[in-house]
Ligand binder design. Structure first.
Ligand code: S3P
Length: 467
């Protein structure tokens, strides 16, 4: 990760301005960032790197810290743009946010959200806006949430629907189901909600609202989604029940429980670790180790899939950090074979299909990915953009409404890929370019900083030719 200058007790505004260039803050596109990044066929990659802090856990640490009473000390926070927008948001809701050092953040909560002075701009962050809406709905505040052009295209009713059932009121200020939206919170009652899509964002928004609702709220999931909110609530002193139900579970939470500030150690993000590991698998002769990768079984679907494809992956030094299992993952160049990815694995690797598709282009045979319609409503329509980008690089792809199939073969490259400002589309194609015949370029590379600031530097440190 990029090095940020350390200042004792840097307040949020100064901490953000202390970040190294290139820096993109939402609404600030003036800084000098390259218009394209290009990856070229590289010699064997070698080295040991550290994964940046997990994005899901970083959002939750800031939000729960702001809802709590007292001080929450966070270590290893992801200092990506998505997280900085959430940090600014919780400050607007009345918390004090400081940065005592690199990756070390201190949130002093006031025991709840207060009325903010203006609208909350969540930039590119879907997780940020959906979780913040859930939290805000529980308090007697009126607040407008907005985001960048990509976030304004993403559906919000999946969250506002259940929150409205609990008693919150929403006014669409533009198009229905899209940001900007005004939320009138407070006076909530518990609901029993049965998820129709396995979404941790929806579950988390409901649970955060449920903290300030009358009665016991339940969320039932047929396929379990990532459980970081439930785990972290317990660390903040909240009891959340869990009842196994077939392949899924029912989470229950009694309203009126108070949160107490705590210490949070953020483990490394498996969704970011996936990119250097993917490069290790496809660039001949490589051996790449990423240290401190979170191994929560609801996040490791990609590792399982790669293993089924014949990937040489080893996990060493398994340990517990911040209430999660972590380990050091090593990827060595491997002869991969195409597989059918079981649809029920989707929730545990939903953000990883783009990079899986990039590695599948180098496999022998076809890799079928189905039951992943959710990919179309992420930061971009990721099925469409991966299909277009891979085809432009000479890869055969068949697109379906709810999935796609990538046929391995010679990867020509030689294209400039349109990313629609989606960080994972950009990184997936850059990884592809490290092993394709001709270079691969991506537009809007500044957006990579939403989840992986310092990506290019880290990859260059391994020997990747990216500039
Ligand atoms: C996230 C959940 C996932 C994932 C997103 C982060 C979270 O979204 O795609 O990047 O932190 O809860 P859904 O819950 O909508 O599938």
């Amino acid at each position: 990760m990029g090095r940020l200058p350390c200042h004792p007790l840097t307040p949020l505004s100064k901490a953000i301005s202390a970040r190294p260039r290139p820096l993109i803050l939402s609404g600030d596109r003036r800084v000098s960032i390259p218009r394209h990044l290009t990856a070229r066929r590289s010699p064997a990659l070698n080295g040991v790197v550290r994964a940046p802090g997990d994005k899901s856990i970083s959002h939750r640490a800031l939000i729960l810290g702001a809802m709590a009473t007292g001080v929450t000390e966070i270590e290893g926070l992801l200092e990506g743009d998505d997280i900085l927008t959430t940090a600014r948001a919780v400050e607007a809701f009345g918390a004090t946010v400081e940065r005592p050092g690199e990756g070390r953040w201190r949130v002093t909560g006031r025991g709840g959200f207060q009325q903010p002075a203006g609208a909350i701009d969540c930039g590119n962050a879907g997780t940020g806006v959906r979780l913040l809406m859930g939290a805000a709905a529980g308090y007697p505040v009126t607040v407008t949430f907005d985001g960048d052009a990509s976030l304004r295209k993403r559906p919000m009713k999946r969250v506002t629907g259940p929150l409205a059932d609990m008693g919150a009121r929403f006014e669409w200020l533009g198009e229905e189901d899209r940001l900007p939206v005004a939320v009138h919170g407070g006076g909530l009652s518990a609901i029993d909600y049965v998820q129709t899509v396995a979404s941790a964002q929806i579950k988390s928004a409901i649970l955060l609202a449920a903290l300030n609702a009358d009665g016991v709220t339940t969320v039932t999931e047929a396929e379990p989604s990532r459980d970081h909110t439930e785990r972290m609530l317990r660390a903040f002193g909240v009891a959340a029940g869990l009842l196994p139900m077939g392949a899924g579970w029912r989470v229950s939470l009694q309203g009126g429980q108070a949160l107490t500030g705590t210490a949070v150690a953020v483990p490394g993000d498996p969704s970011s670790a996936a990119f250097p590991l993917a490069a290790g698998l496809i660039v001949p002769g490589s051996e790449v180790t990423v240290e401190g990768v979170m191994l929560n079984r609801l996040r490791t679907g990609l590792l399982e899939t790669w293993r089924e494809m014949g990937a040489d992956l080893t996990v060493s030094n398994r340990r517990m950090a911040g209430g999660e299992e972590v380990g050091d993952v090593t990827a060595r160049h491997s002869a991969l074979t195409g597989v059918v990815v079981p649809p029920e694995r989707a929730a545990s690797m939903i953000d990883e299909y783009p990079v899986l598709a990039a590695t599948a282009a180098f496999a022998e045979g076809a890799t079928m990915m189905r039951g992943i319609g959710e990919m179309r409503v992420k930061e971009s329509d990721r099925i469409a953009l991966m299909a277009t980008g891979l085809k432009a690089c000479g890869v055969r792809v068949e697109e379906e409404p709810e999935g796609f199939t990538v046929f391995g073969g010679p990867v020509l490259g030689g294209a400039t890929v349109t990313t629609h400002g989606d960080h994972r589309i950009a990184m997936s194609h850059l990884v592809l370019g490290l092993a394709s015949k001709e270079p691969v370029s991506v537009d809007e590379p500044g957006m990579i900083a939403t989840s992986f600031p310092g990506f290019s530097e880290l990859m260059r440190g391994l020997g990747a030719d990216i500039s």
